[in-house]
Write a protein that binds this ligand. Structure first.
Ligand code: NAP
Length: 274
């Protein structure tokens, strides 16, 4: 687990834009990144909470902290941020953290709410990444941290649209890594397990009703994820004791590769057809 930095004497690392910074995981990223020497652009809908956090971090770290109130489920607000990401050359890190979940089973969920979840968890994250990645590639530096979830690989645990949205974030990040590996740009997908934040109330399930052995504090989650980032991980699962277990999972996926696309159906299907 990484040690939390408590001093404000880090060298300047450019500006980190963090979505969903008004609470929970995003607010901890803001704290940690300011202490690591980043100036910040904090994005969420609740301006009052963002202003309070910005005031505290400015006085504690001396960093410049800007606030942008935006609803990332709204196309116009996303496009405003895209312009900022394309034009502000001081931005060196994008943390795509804003997201909502749901605990209700698929068939008991309102499809309009599911679509709104996709707009935030998938569409906004994709558009913001598209806005900033070309500038990072052109400069040969920069980093994108995408907050996924363990449901990306365990979609049966919570609402299936939520799991699908986070599987998208994982696959999108792995594909980005594949394309950007030689460009000098870093990408990381973070797959938190249950983390004690407002997420659970918003999703309609109290975090207090979960087995507490499953629940990590947001501070521990973010510190572990930043440690994973420092160690060069592309996928970080903060609670996973053995990195080798993830590597074995990935090796099993890679082993499918040669047989995923062939000119002939597999023999067992031909036998069934005959
Ligand atoms: P949280 O405390 O509820 O934070 C969610 C953040 O997203 C808030 O800052 C919220 O701010 C912002 N947000 C929500 N809707 C938004 C919108 N339409 N436009 C802009 N910002 C919006 O929950 P959290 O746990 O920190 O969640 C952060 C990320 O972690 C999410 O992507 C979530 O899926 C992921 N995650 C959480 C857990 C967990 O157990 N907590 C586990 C795995 C993954 P405003 O309300 O001010 O807009």
């Amino acid at each position: 687990m990484a040690t939390t930095q408590t001093t404000a004497d880090q060298s300047h690392r450019g500006t980190a834009l963090i979505t969903g910074a008004s609470s929970g995981i995003g607010a901890i990223y803001a704290d940690r990144l300011a202490r690591r020497g980043y100036d910040l652009i904090l994005v969420a809908r609740n301006r009052e909470r963002l202003d309070t956090l910005a005031g505290r971090l400015t006085s504690e770290t001396g960093r410049s902290v800007e606030v942008v109130a935006a609803d990332l489920a709204r196309d116009a607000d996303v496009r405003r941020l895209e312009t900022l990401l394309r034009e502000d050359a001081s931005i060196t890190l994008l943390v795509n953290n804003a997201g909502i979940g749901a605990a209700a089973p698929l068939l008991q969920s309102d499809v309009d709410k599911m679509e709104a979840m996709i707009a935030l968890n998938v569409t906004a994250l994709t558009r913001l990444t598209y806005a900033v990645a070309p500038a990072f590639v052109a400069r040969g530096t920069g980093a994108i941290i995408n907050i996924a979830s363990i449901v990306a690989v365990a979609p049966e645990l919570l609402n299936g649209v939520y799991g699908g949205s986070k599987a998208f974030v994982l696959a999108f990040t792995q594909s980005l890594q594949h394309e950007l590996a030689a460009s000098g740009v870093r990408v990381q997908a973070v797959l938190p397990g249950a983390t004690r934040t407002d997420f659970w109330e918003v999703a309609g399930h109290s975090v207090d009703n979960l087995p507490q052995a499953w629940v990590m504090s947001a501070a521990d989650m973010v510190d572990a994820s930043l440690s994973g980032f420092d160690q060069g991980e592309v996928v970080t699962i903060p609670s996973l004791p053995e990195a080798a277990d993830w590597q074995a999972f990935e090796a099993a996926r890679a082993a499918l590769g040669p047989n995923l696309s062939r000119s002939e159906p597999a023999a067992r299907f031909k036998a069934a057809a005959a």
